[in-house]
Design a protein around this ligand. Structure first.
Ligand code: C2O
Length: 578
């Protein structure tokens, strides 16, 4: 009954699709299913400001429903999720559901100026999507300016009722969401960084579920702790929501078994340390199999670039065995050196899908994108203040040497309504110049490290089978970049160091991980594959916020296919206006 009325409600809101009865849906479902969902979960997100006291200071931060981190969205696989976002804050907001593939629901994806205009103060917008064939650990975050610095929370999607995990059932589950805390307004921070032309200041703290832990000033009691029963196994859902830093996480004396990456099951991989770039999620199993004591959980920096400053104090939480005295000595966690690339590549190489579906073995579209940091020539007034990038220039970043500039109306609206002049469709499928990517430069290093500037998209035919090589470059410094694709998960079929060479690259076409964010190895490459079967406009960008602001982004337009199951629906009526 519930389901029936939901389908009816759906029909009412659907103008160009003919109205399906549940029976018609079931019949069509043998071939392709419209992702309407099992049960429906409703949430209301009030975006508002709240006072927090951290690191000896009290300030206002923007959060959701007065919680920091924000509320957890719970659902089951194939559920419909409806979230009304009401903006009661003084700043523009949109929410992105990171990792949700948004099948036929691109309008609800959330990146500002890509799929929608921001929700302005006093306005609201209702996001609707289906967790179509998806389960696991995801997160949601603001996708406007650097607001993601405080506006984020977990999404936990359980398997359908009766479907077990592919590993022994854990005694308990805990979600650990990692972030960076700034003692200033993060929207102003973005403006200040862009105005300076230079790099961002380090975060004031790393935080685990909002808590910096005892190594920071005034934070002796501001820590997160899990109380554990000796002998039991815990499932930890790890999410990196940090703005600008990749991070290592360890628990002293305990091994972690990775069982899921980016909300897809993996073959078990046992590790001492795990690196998460912003945008990555992992589920790990931890067995409380050590002597009764208090063990540290530690979060610290992974920085693979040269000549940058970053926060170096670890955020500490506790894995506290019941029976251990509150003030008993703690077992210290040892994190890797901040530049330990070895651990990162061995983590990545050990990542294998549990089951593989829909891996394209034949490719019809080969793409090759370089990932670059750039220094633009200083062309501003007051260079001492405004051109603080390397050699008195302005920092920028790019893909295929094009720095992405956001349009003034969302790309999806421009595309859907055929509004001219907001973007061009000439984002190059391969670099315009071929050179020694890791050791050379596209222009003439060190004199010319400029990128082109533009709002360029790359158009994909519906259903095309894509292989995309992501190649790190050394124009300014090589660096590990967490590249995130909206609207899809992709199969990571290979990665390596140096320049990609098709003659020698080893591809894994047997059990590649199926993920949505790939930490492209420092000075190396990654090869990903996906089928472009979800129509819409899909952002792809570095999830280090400062790199995105500098232009390390592009968008794909995936054209419609044939019929309603391959066609982007019309926009919702409450889509915000610019
Ligand atoms: Cu979580 Cu466009 O990103």
């Amino acid at each position: 009954m519930k389901r029936h009325s939901f389908v009816m409600a759906f029909c009412l809101s659907s103008v160009f699709l003919s109205c399906f009865t549940p029976i018609a849906l079931a019949a069509i479902g043998r071939y392709k299913r419209w992702p309407v969902g099992g049960s429906t979960r409703f949430y209301e997100f009030k975006v508002n400001t709240m006072k927090v006291t951290k690191l000896c200071h009290t300030r206002d931060i923007v959060t959701v429903n007065g919680l920091y981190p924000g509320p957890v969205v719970y659902a089951q696989e194939d559920d419909r999720v409806i979230i009304k976002v009401i903006n009661e804050a003084q700043t523009n907001v949109t929410i992105h559901w990171h990792g949700v593939r948004q099948r036929l629901s691109c309008w609800s994806d959330g990146p500002s100026y890509i799929t929608q205009c921001p929700i302005q103060p006093g306005q609201s917008f209702t996001y609707e999507f289906t967790m179509y064939q998806q389960k696991g650990t995801f997160f949601w975050h603001a996708h406007v300016s650097w607001l993601r610095g405080t506006v984020y929370g977990a999404i936990v999607v359980y398997p359908k009722t009766g479907v077990p995990y592919p590993f022994p059932y854990p005694y308990e589950e805990h979600t650990l969401i990692f972030g960076e805390y700034w003692d200033m307004d993060v929207v102003k921070l973005e403006k200040a960084v862009l105005a300076s032309g230079g790099g961002p200041p380090p975060a004031d703290a790393f935080i685990i579920n909002g808590h910096p832990g005892p190594l920071y000033n005034c934070s002796a009691n501001d820590f997160y702790q899990i109380s554990v029963v000796p002998g039991k196994t815990y499932l930890l859902r790890l999410i990196n929501a940090a703005l600008n830093m990749e991070q290592f996480f360890s628990i002293s004396n305990h091994k972690m078994t990775i069982v899921e990456a980016d909300a897809e099951y993996t073959k078990p991989q046992i590790v001492d340390h795990i690196m998460l770039g912003p945008g990555q999620t992992y589920n790990v199993l931890v067995k409380a199999d050590q002597p009764i004591a208090k063990y540290e959980m530690a979060l610290g920096p992974y920085m693979s670039a040269q000549n940058t400053t970053f926060q170096n104090i670890s955020s500490i939480g506790y894995f506290h065995y019941s029976g251990a005295a509150i003030n008993s000595l703690t077992q210290q966690a040892l994190l890797p050196q901040f530049n330990n690339n070895q651990i990162v590549s061995s983590n990545l190489n050990g990542l294998r899908s549990l089951n593989v579906t829909n891996l394209p073995l034949e490719i019809d579209t080969n793409l090759f994108f370089t990932i670059e940091l750039n220094v633009q020539k200083c062309n501003r007034q007051n260079p001492n203040k405004t051109c603080q990038g390397a050699n008195g220039g302005i920092f920028a970043a790019s893909m295929n040497n094009v720095s992405f500039v956001k349009p003034t109306i969302s790309l999806l609206q421009a595309y859907y309504n055929m509004i001219n002049g907001l973007y061009t469709s000439d984002f190059p499928g391969v670099p315009l110049k071929i050179y020694d990517f890791v050791n050379g430069a596209p222009n003439n290093i060190p004199n010319n490290t400029n990128s082109l500037i533009g709002t360029k998209v790359h158009v994909l035919e519906y259903g095309s089978k894509i292989q995309l090589i992501l190649q790190d470059t050394g124009t300014v410094s090589t660096e590990n970049h967490p590249i995130h694709l909206h609207g899809f998960s992709f199969h990571l079929v290979g990665s390596g160091s140096g320049n990609y060479n098709p003659a020698t690259a080893q591809l894994n076409l047997v059990d590649p991980p199926y993920i949505n964010t790939i930490g492209v190895p420092v000075g190396g490459w990654a090869a990903i594959r996906f089928i472009a079967d979800n129509p819409g406009v899909w952002f792809m960008h570095c999830h280090l916020e400062v790199h995105m602001s500098w232009g390390l982004a592009m968008a794909f337009i995936v054209k419609n296919g044939v019929g309603p199951f391959e066609t982007l629906p019309h926009p919702p009526a409450d889509l915000p206006r610019c």
